[in-house]
Design a protein around this ligand. Structure first.
Ligand SMILES: O=C(O)CCC(=O)C(=O)O
Ligand SMILES: [Fe+2]
Length: 346
């Protein structure tokens, strides 16, 4: 099914979501196979697709939206009580407008970085693993519970979609779970793109500049304003808001694992000039920090898998060998240069 306003596919994933909790005997295998077929086509043609009937309650999404707006409406000095610098290597907290770079240029957004909540005695935290730890929760009524509930819901959804991606590659449904995502690295961000002019002299072009995402799968909730654009072979296309859906896109590690069969598609966000804030909520569902990223055997060969000449970062993801954490940290150092030492060397 294709929506009139977008060239990107919309996939009804109800069968996949149901299969995640059903007993083996109750899984509707034909319906699940049909979803997997649509995922295969979407990933090969676009690397981007919408999912509908995802099973996450609208009331949770509404609570997240309204509490996030209440947070961003606080004055800057108040928000800076939860600034990223205070979380050290956990890489959590608030960054102000212009505080994050893409390809060396400031993005015109502010945001709150979050992730799976891990206590001080969690083995990964005890081992000083970068980007793991406790969140900095702003003291907005209900916000902490809403964020934790929402991350739990999108984490479960990520597991379900990754099983669909496995099936779409003719792999067992638990392929990624068994190798990479049994304990996934979940980073969750809440962004505000204010409709605020850029002061003279500041080199800002985009809400977020062109990039690809780093991990496996991104599950994006966006509000009604719009501005996300996706690079297709035919040129840039809009990925407009469609209520009741999330936008999914694949990241560099799935590109790497599939030898380029499933590309991590470049995307960007227009600077918001709508007169209203634009909020977006990406969940990054990524391999475990220590998982060694490997090519999946037996997939169809892609002749031109090295696309570094046309990539935003000129990198060949297929040349990367190592654990996911190494890949992620090399990117962190570029988007938040001032945090580099906190995350890497503390
Ligand atoms: O805000 C959006 O719509 C997309 C943000 C994005 O691409 C990202 O955070 O990686
Ligand atoms: Fe992105």
């Amino acid at each position: 099914m294709t929506h009139a306003a977008t060239s990107l596919p919309i996939i009804d994933i109800s069968a996949l979501v149901a299969s995640a909790t059903a007993s083996q005997a109750n899984i509707n295998h034909d319906a699940v196979a049909n979803v997997a077929k649509q995922i295969n086509q979407a990933c090969r043609e676009h690397g981007f697709f919408y999912v509908s009937n995802h099973g996450i309650a609208q009331s949770l999404i509404d609570a997240l939206d309204s509490q996030s707006r209440a947070f961003f409406a606080l004055d800057e000095a108040t928000k800076m009580q939860w600034r990223m610098e205070l979380a050290g290597r956990a890489w959590r907290g608030y960054f102000p407008l212009g505080g994050e770079l893409t390809s060396g240029r400031p993005d015109w957004k502010e945001g709150l970085y979050l992730g799976t909540e891990r206590a001080a005695n969690d083995p990964l935290v005890l081992a000083h693993t970068p980007v793991h730890g406790a969140n900095l929760f702003p003291n907005i009524e209900g916000f902490k519970t809403t964020i934790l509930d929402y991350m739990a819901a999108t984490t479960a959804l990520g597991h379900a979609i990754m099983s669909g991606i496995a099936l779409s590659l003719d792999l067992p449904a638990n392929y990624f779970d068994a190798r990479y995502t049994h304990d996934p690295l979940i980073l969750f961000r809440i962004f505000n793109y204010p409709s605020q002019p850029v002061p003279d002299g500041l080199d800002v072009q985009w809400g977020v500049g062109e990039h690809t995402d780093y991990g496996l799968l991104t599950i994006l909730l966006q509000d009604h304003i719009g501005g996300l654009q996706v690079r297709t072979p035919q040129g840039w296309t809009e990925a407009p808001p469609i209520s009741g859906t999330f936008i999914c896109n694949i990241g560099d590690m799935l590109d790497r694992m599939t030898g380029g069969l499933y590309r991590s598609t470049p995307h960007r966000v227009r600077r918001n000039t709508s007169g209203h804030d634009r909020l977006s909520f990406p969940t990054f569902f990524d391999p475990n920090y220590f998982a060694r990223v490997q090519r999946i055997e037996g997939l169809p060969e892609v002749p031109d898998s090295d696309d570094s000449a046309t990539r935003w970062d000129q990198a060949n993801v297929h040349a990367f060998n190592g654990i996911y954490g190494d890949y992620l940290l090399s990117k962190v150092a570029k988007v938040f240069p001032q945090l580099r030492n906190d995350v890497l060397d503390q």
